[in-house]
Design a protein. Sequence first.
Length: 209
Amino acid sequence: MNGGHTYSTKEMPICIKCGKTHINPFLGKHHSKATKIKVGLKISKLFKNVKKSEAHKKNISMSLTGKLKSDKHCKNISSSLKNTYKQHPEIVQKMCSSDNTKPNSFENRLLEVISDNKLPYRYVGNGKFWLTYNNKNINPDFIAKKPNNIVIEVFSNHFKIKNFGSVKNYMKLRKEAFKHFGYKVLFFNENSLVDNHRMANKLNRFIYA
């Protein structure tokens, strides 16, 4: 790192020549995935509380404006993030526990019904309760207090079709995952979050079934 030093027109040719003649001992080598993750986490901690100036933000925005990532680039980014989340579930938990995103509007609707009817369910969708199935971290939205083998999933059809191909496929995979740990699953989508009385009855029936 050059500490922010800008090379003059006279210095540039010298640096280029030096770079071509100097043999880098790391030439042709690559860091392991584990090392890259460690370095990434250290850098993120280092700059965690560093605020960017408005000029810096503007420069970043201008440098990225109009640039499109290739399909290969997007897949590499996606794969890298998935591997990071698998190896460091605490990152996912921290993201999910953000007060700015949880609970969402659908979850709040169900929370209201549970509270008004004093039903034995507690909200855990903010990262309070986790299970790991097939190397994937699963965080249900609600879990029953008694009996404690019931979980609730609240979702939007649009996003499940987008991510799983269909709502039916999403529900099948979710049931399979929770069944592995002995849980029964109760599902609520936007169509079943309309009538408070029906929601309360559905929650009650599932507990005493």
